[in-house]
Design a protein around this ligand. Structure first.
Ligand SMILES: Cc1cc2nc3c(=O)[nH]c(=O)nc-3n(C[C@H](O)[C@H](O)[C@H](O)COP(=O)(O)OP(=O)(O)OC[C@H]3O[C@@H](n4cnc5c(N)ncnc54)[C@H](O)[C@@H]3O)c2cc1C
Length: 410
């Protein structure tokens, strides 16, 4: 029989993340929504907490590091009682991302030392690199002015010169790009070799030749800084390349793409967290208005708003379960590209549908700035865009289901 209950150990760390969300994020959520680009000083409290949690072996509050830690740190593997069935770093990361986004998605993306670049480092670094980069705060820079969805179209270059790589190019929309201590940058080591030559590099933000050239103004997640970064003859040590420097045309850019199998379920979980926040608030608004939501009566025998609520909750539940499955597969070393994209496609759409419908059902109150409903509707849209848009996830799912290559199905 399937047991959908969370193991005890995972519940403890999810509760801890929930506490951070409820006690640190929620009280300042509106403040930083209205003060875009202002540095949330509460993050310093977070940084101190993370340091403390790190000492106690549970530092992955947002979940971005996927539970992998620098050498010497205790492993996050939580083997369950069930035979051969393991819930490890990915599952723990997913639950933490969900809980912290229930608090505030923009602040979650600003949690020190928990950037998407950290997920890339955790996914593909060697043990030696993990020892060097396991405790940095790393943003992730893939997108360029000339492309977004088509990650094979990288034009930034990395040229080996003696024992250094020399980076040139421009990256845009880098989350935490002005706050992180390091940036994981995708660049080509040989433009003539196509996608196989795309590699990722860990670049300290204070490296000479790296400039944060502007910050974006956005629809939502305003507490999160989104930066444009220029690299002009930016030099980094040769061993700051993640994975092998070898260009293997057979393998394509599977190495760098591997990161997405871990990060997409996390972004799906972020949408699940924001969706749950909206559903909880909506339930209160409806109950205050005298609308009874019953799980015993059929939906067609209830108030129209209650029936709609039940539909939204079912949609939310399916997104949640798809994300759990994708993370569970990653923890159990099962190939999960299809399931990771399925979870992100479903959760991304659910997040925008649920939050916008919650605004609608709460009426004028929902549209006002009194509750956070309208903020969550603005925040959730990004979760259906970054780490691969809704359309790109559907494309990946279609390719996998139909067994068609990216050349055949574009
Ligand atoms: C707030 C924010 C934070 C971000 N953070 C980061 C970050 O940290 N690091 C980073 O590297 N990037 C980041 N991004 C960039 C993000 O990943 C890209 O915006 C995203 O990949 C989409 O690329 P694009 O905007 O160029 O859209 P495009 O690729 O130009 O797509 C435009 C539209 O066309 C659709 N489309 C594209 N190709 C196809 C196709 N083959 N079939 C069907 N439809 C298609 C897309 O789904 C989309 O609806 C961020 C963006 C934002 C807004």
């Amino acid at each position: 029989m399937i047991n959908l209950e969370l193991p005890k150990k995972l519940r403890a760390s999810a509760n801890q993340a929930h506490q951070v969300a409820a006690e640190i994020f929620r009280p300042v959520s509106r403040k930083y929504d209205l003060a875009e680009h202002e540095y949330p000083i509460e993050l310093d409290t977070m940084a101190a907490m993370i340091e403390g949690l790190s000492d106690s072996g549970t530092q992955d509050i947002s979940g971005a590091t996927g539970g992998r830690k620098a050498e010497g740190a205790e492993s996050d593997e939580h083997a369950t009682e069930l035979l051969g069935n393991s819930n490890g770093g990915n599952m723990s990361a997913l639950l933490n991302a969900l809980e912290t986004c229930w608090g505030d998605a923009g602040l979650m993306l600003s949690i020190p030392y928990q950037g998407l670049g950290n997920a890339a480092i955790a996914a593909v670094s060697t043990d030696e690199q993990l020892a060097r980069f396991g405790k940095v705060w790393a943003a992730m820079a893939i997108t360029e002015p000339s492309f977004g969805s088509d990650s094979a179209a990288v034009t930034a270059t990395a040229t080996l010169d003696g024992d250094e790589w020399v980076l040139n190019g421009t990256k845009i929309f880098v989350t935490a790009g002005s706050r992180a201590t390091h940036i994981v940058v995708w660049a080509s080591v040989d433009r003539s070799a196509g996608r196989a030559a795309i590699k990722s590099f860990v670049v300290p933000r204070d490296a000479k030749g790296l400039t944060v050239s502007r910050l974006e103004h956005k629809l939502g997640i305003k507490a999160s800084d989104t930066a444009e970064i220029r690299f002009e003859d930016c030099r980094i040590p040769a061993d700051n390349i993640l994975g092998s420097p070898e260009v293997n045309v057979e393998k394509g850019f599977a190495g760098v793409m591997q990161t997405f199998d871990n990060t997409r379920p996390l972004v799906a979980a972020m949408a699940v967290g924001v969706g749950r926040a909206a559903l909880e608030e909506l339930r209160t608004v409806l109950e205050d208005a005298g609308v009874e939501i019953s799980y015993d009566k059929p939906a067609n025998n209830q108030h129209a708003a209650a029936a709609e609520f039940l539909r939204l909750e079912a949609d939310w539940e399916s997104a949640y379960l798809l994300s759990l499955r994708a993370a569970w597969m990653a923890d159990n070393k099962k190939p999960n590209s299809l399931e990771a994209s399925m979870s992100k496609a479903k959760a991304g759409r659910m997040g925008t549908d649920v939050t916008l419908k919650a605004v609608e059902l709460a009426g004028a109150t929902g549209y006002s700035q009194r509750p956070l409903l309208e903020k969550w509707a603005r925040d959730s849209k990004i979760l259906d865009i970054f780490e691969g848009t809704q359309q790109i996830q559907q494309l990946i799912v279609a390719r996998r289901v139909l067994n068609l290559s990216s050349d055949k199905l574009k």
